[in-house]
Design a protein around this ligand. Structure first.
Ligand code: FAD
Length: 451
């Protein structure tokens, strides 16, 4: 009898194209599909409210998928460095497999690998959640790219692996205890603010694949209109990729498959956005503290202003009196999502017109986005703030009124979220856009003089 293999699942909540799960099944013995809720280990960033909601439903879907293949998902809570060896001991497992992650938590994995191996357990980790491992996309001198375009050019020279075959069966172990998903209290109760999330999203691998098909056959042809927030012109796959219900490899192969001519014209632009996801992962890999520290150190001297509570609350709640900003922030609060163009506008408003430190906005997004990602969120905030790798120049201050005129010319998006905009019931702006822009540029000059 082959001993059981523990397959430790993290941000890869899928059956298909899951190299660690495949390796567990191929080993020929029972598979202990394990998810560890770890909010306490150093290097782990505890999830925000919206991602906890998503995680609950995605785990429930995965449990069903594993069960329908003859196994079960084992849930445990606690520091992974202790929980994984405990499960290995309880089940008599002879092997542990996982798919790699790229932030500070990889220290946990490295140490665990060493201790398990010292105990004679076979351990293997796999590339699963990026098109390319970050260390394989390197400059001629072997270093990390600081600029996106050459990074993506180099990445595109590398072959993309084939998806691994989906296991038909995932044979479970005879007996192993699991905690109850509901006992983890990942869903909000008092108050239950998740109605808007439930209305918009259906987490889980099957729903992810339905969305990919719809995107490839109906939406991708309109991808050139992706900056128009009233339009559904993007994939809406970010939370799927965040939790690994879908791999970028599967997506890459799908959009290279059969498509209409109109869709094919947009493939390059779409893959470039996936390229930004790869670039952000590479930043995180080289700078695990990207959510805490400016990538460009000269920004340490930037005179951010502690935001007044009323201003911050107005931004968070979509009551700034600037229609496009308020529409985006209300969509975020209600659905856990807002389109990329609007993310840039609301972020620029916070860090430039209100002169708030980007980390304040990053933390709010971390709590409220269903796709909140430890690489993409801080990297994009730093991009907007000007402090990031290959960032927008600081003096580029988005004007939310011009942005609205350009990308929401008929006010459709604004009306959807801020029906009172343009009436007497709507509040006057909390800041003067021109004056606050001038203040931001002065603050930037102050920083430059200090460096
Ligand atoms: P599509 O246009 O369909 O793109 C396909 C995929 O490419 C996305 O699902 C995503 O994985 C990736 N992608 C697209 N744009 C970007 C980008 N600018 N940077 C990195 N990857 C990208 N994205 C996250 O996934 N998680 C975050 O926490 C996050 N925080 C952000 C914060 C700010 C301030 C900004 C400006 C952007 C942020 N983004 C984040 C990037 C981007 O806004 C979202 O990925 C995108 O809006 C998701 O919608 P979509 O899946 O329909 O995108």
């Amino acid at each position: 009898m082959t001993s059981p293999a523990v397959v430790w699942l993290r941000d890869d909540l899928r059956i298909a194209d899951n190299p660690a799960l495949r390796a567990g099944v191929d080993r020929g013995g029972p598979v202990v599909a394990l998810y560890v809720l770890d909010d306490e280990s150093p290097g782990i960033r505890p999830l925000g409210g919206a991602t906890r909601w998503w995680l609950h439903h995605s785990l429930a879907a995965l449990d069903d998928a594993v069960a329908s293949r003859g196994g079960r998902l084992v849930l445990r809570r606690g520091p992974a460095a202790a929980v994984v060896p405990t499960v290995v001991a309880e089940t008599g497992a002879g092997a542990v497999f996982w798919n790699r992650r790229y932030g500070a938590s990889r220290e946990i994995d490295a140490r665990l690998k060493a201790t398990l191996r010292a105990d004679g357990v076979e351990v293997a980790s796999f590339a699963a959640n990026l098109l390319h491992e970050p260390w394989t996309v390197a400059t001629g001198r072997g270093g990390a790219f600081q600029v996106f375009t050459p990074f993506w050019r180099a990445a595109q020279q590398l072959p993309v692996r084939e998806p691994v075959p989906t296991p038909r069966e995932v044979p479970g172990p005879r007996q192993v205890d699991s905690e109850e998903l509901h006992a983890w209290a990942l869903l909000p109760t008092r108050p239950d603010w998740a109605a808007g999330l439930r209305a918009r999203w259906e987490p889980g691998e099957d729903a992810a694949h339905r969305r990919v098909e719809r995107f490839a056959t109906e939406v991708l042809a309109d991808y050139h209109e992706r900056d128009i927030p009233a339009q559904e012109a993007t994939s809406l796959l970010s939370p799927r990729l965040r939790f690994g219900e879908l791999s970028p490899v599967q997506l890459w192969h799908r959009v290279h498959g059969e498509l209409s001519a109109a869709a094919r014209r947009n493939v390059g632009a779409f893959l470039r956005e996936l390229g930004w996801r790869e670039f952000d992962a590479s930043i995180l890999y080289h700078r695990p503290d990207v959510a805490e520290r400016n990538v460009r150190a000269e920004f340490d001297a930037f005179p951010w202003q502690p935001p007044r509570e009323a201003e911050l609350a107005a931004w968070q709640q979509g009551r700034t009196g600037i229609p496009l900003v308020d529409a985006g922030m209300r969509e975020l609060w209600t659905t856990g999502y807002l389109p990329n163009r609007v993310r840039m506008v609301v972020a620029s408003f916070l860090v430039k017109n209100l002169l708030a430190d980007w980390r304040i906005g990053e933390a709010w997004f971390w709590d409220t986005l269903v796709d909140a990602d430890e690489a993409d969120n801080p990297a994009n905030w730093q991009w907007v703030a000007g402090s990031g790798a290959d960032a927008a120049p600081y003096f580029r201050v988005f004007n939310p009124e011009l942005q609205a005129r350009r990308f929401d010319p008929h006010g459709e998006y604004v009306r959807r979220w801020v029906p009172e905009a343009g009436t007497d019931a709507y509040r006057t702006p909390i800041v003067d856009l021109a004056a606050s822009r001038a203040d931001a540029l002065a603050a930037f000059e102050h920083m430059r003089a200090a460096n």
